[in-house]
Design a protein around this ligand. Structure first.
Ligand code: HEC
Ligand code: HEC
Length: 500
């Protein structure tokens, strides 16, 4: 990757974060930035982001207080460590973006900024002018995904994390842990230039002692080079000439890798904890016979399992099977492209010379197929199994079936959530209407006011598109509403009225 701004290397951190902010604030004044004006954050988004950052700091501060008297049980220690890292903005290049920036509890651990969900669909990274290519998924229930494997009877790949399954779990036996190794060095997310920077930054944090007592005193016993601070302040990706800019001995490099794995395992441990993966929705209460659906919710559930066939992919459980509302396979349901993604405009070098999307407006998300054939442009936490290359054509444009747990969880009713891998859909009614009418309604002419109601744009890709169970369900408007009503029972934190 070409870097054309050599002065950034020596800039002190505070000045640099301020400079990053100014790039946003003065967008349009600078000639190069003007080319990316689609990546401007609106005043409303900036306001929500400021509140979000304060809330993340509050949660982190509250968790740090628990270090004074940490739990004595090792599982709970790992959960606490994981939470401390998930809310730690110091693990991003500009010290401004924790994992939680894109995954907060009040939205079911997905994108917490209504204005971004409504407009850009994707989220900006630690370098605030860089947006990713997809909508944040929920990290709850993600650790329950199996290690990615090929089920030859079914002819399907099953498991892994990420919309394209690329966090396979085959190296660590844990897809969510491998997932957690993606964001820190993803240039459009936390943006560190080297995984060693995540380990170095963690070694400077108050949770270091707890980490060492859980994972061993070797964890941070690393001879850091004198310039480690500066090397880690320069946003990634690293240059081809210096791919690992924190220069370490081979043994220290190995130790960094092992400690980074343990950081990721701790984060996955927290994601799997009852605080996050809770199974406390009304739906769970109904299954446990501690609550009853309303007639509309019941009608929706019956449709979900019956006429609408939703549970053929969003599995609602069965003998020996948790109701995770996904079967961890992948399908192409024909989601239209989301033209609001700033990613389409990220085809020119940014202020640091980085090009997020060389394909520009012609980018098509190839989903699982693209991961199998080429890895992932932005982050590649797991090695690709070359023997699966032959599966790529059958998996082109397929996207992993997401869990529907917490799909409606939102802090207030007018809060907008985005749905689908690219955030094209902005309400549950809209995506349900799409399942019902994709193949029935006409294609929208450009800028048609009826888009999403009386017509649909073309799918982003028709490769391997599911035409048997999706697209022409013959549901009435009231039946669509009933399905939405059922999905609203999947929000965790329900207290059954009759709980003793
Ligand atoms: C800038 C926003 C952003 C940040 C920061 C971020 N994520 Fe995500 N997260 C996303 C997006 C977008 C996806 C889907 C990406 C894809 O499929 O390519 C995702 C996917 C995930 C998933 C996959 C869920 C599943 O069911 O497969 C997990 C788990 C997750 N993130 C956890 C984390 C953790 C842990 C961190 C910090 C180490 C983090 N995220 C940082 C945006 C973000
Ligand atoms: C053939 C498998 C399949 C069937 C059947 C199916 N889905 Fe999905 N569902 C998916 C896939 C795959 C995605 C992700 C699509 C994408 O990102 O393009 C998805 C996404 C969703 C989402 C968005 C969730 C999120 O977090 O973004 C909702 C809501 C949803 N489905 C509801 C339903 C409902 C309701 C039905 C029945 C009417 C249904 N699905 C039937 C496979 C399926």
């Amino acid at each position: 990757m070409p870097f054309t701004n050599p002065c950034a290397r020596s800039r002190p951190r505070a000045v640099w974060s301020f400079a990053a902010f100014m790039i946003v604030a003065t967008m349009g004044a600078d000639a190069r930035s003007a080319e990316q004006s689609s990546a401007t954050l609106s005043p409303q988004a900036l306001q929500e982001i400021a509140e979000l950052e304060a809330e993340i700091d509050r949660i982190e501060a509250g968790s740090l207080e628990r270090l004074a008297a940490p739990p004595d049980n090792q599982v709970q220690q790992i959960e606490l460590l994981g939470k401390l890292m998930l809310y730690d903005k110091q693990l991003s290049v500009n010290r401004n973006e924790a994992c939680a920036f894109c995954h907060m509890p009040e939205t079911g651990f997905t994108g917490p900024v209504s204005e971004l969900n409504r407009t850009t669909g994707s989220y900006p990274g630690s370098v605030r002018t860089r947006f990713g290519n997809r909508k944040p998924q929920s990290h709850a229930y993600a650790p329950l995904s199996p290690v990615l494997h090929y089920n030859s009877a079914q002819g399907d790949l099953v498991g892994g994390n990420f919309w394209d399954m690329r966090a396979t779990g085959r190296r660590l036996g844990n897809p969510a842990a491998e997932q957690a190794e993606g964001p820190p060095t993803n240039p459009v997310e936390m943006g560190l230039p080297d995984v060693a920077c995540a380990v170095y930054r963690a070694s400077q944090r108050p949770y270091r002692a707890l980490f060492e007592s859980v994972w061993g005193p070797q964890a941070f016993a690393i001879a850091w080079p004198d310039n480690v601070e500066q090397a880690c302040e320069r946003p990634g990706p690293a240059t081809a000439g210096d791919p690992l800019p924190v220069h370490l001995s081979p043994i220290d490099r190995g130790r960094v890798g092992a400690t980074f794995d343990q950081m990721a395992q701790s984060i996955a441990g927290y994601e799997a904890s009852a605080e996050v993966t809770a199974f406390t929705s009304k739906f769970d209460a109904v299954l446990a016979k501690k609550a009853q659906f309303t007639p509309q919710e019941q009608a929706g559930y019956d449709l979900f399992r019956g006429k609408a066939q939703c549970n053929t992919c969003h599995r609602d459980g069965g003998p020996g099977e948790d109701p995770l509302l996904t079967d961890f396979t992948a399908s192409n349901i024909g989601t239209p492209a989301n033209p609001r993604l700033p990613y389409y405009g990220e085809s020119r070098p940014d202020a640091l010379g980085y090009v997020a999307n060389p394909e520009g407006p012609s980018f098509v998300d190839g989903g699982v197929g693209s991961f199998l054939s080429g890895g992932h442009l932005l982050s590649q936490p797991s090695p690709v199994d070359a023997r699966w290359l032959k599966l790529a054509p059958d998996n082109q444009a397929r996207i992993q079936v997401p869990t529907l747990r917490n799909v409606d969880k939102r802090p207030y009713p007018a809060f907008v959530k985005a749905y689908g891998h690219n955030g094209y859909f902005t309400s549950l009614k809209m995506i349900t209407h799409f399942y019902n009418t994709r193949d029935v309604l006409p294609r929208c002419p450009p800028h048609d006011a009826g888009e999403g109601t009386t017509c649909w744009p073309a799918p982003e890709s028709t490769a391997n598109m599911n035409a048997s169970r999706v697209g022409h369900l013959g549901l009435s408007d009231a039946e669509e509403d009933a399905l939405v009503s059922f999905m609203q029972t999947l929000t965790d934190g329900y207290t059954p009225l009759n709980r003793q």
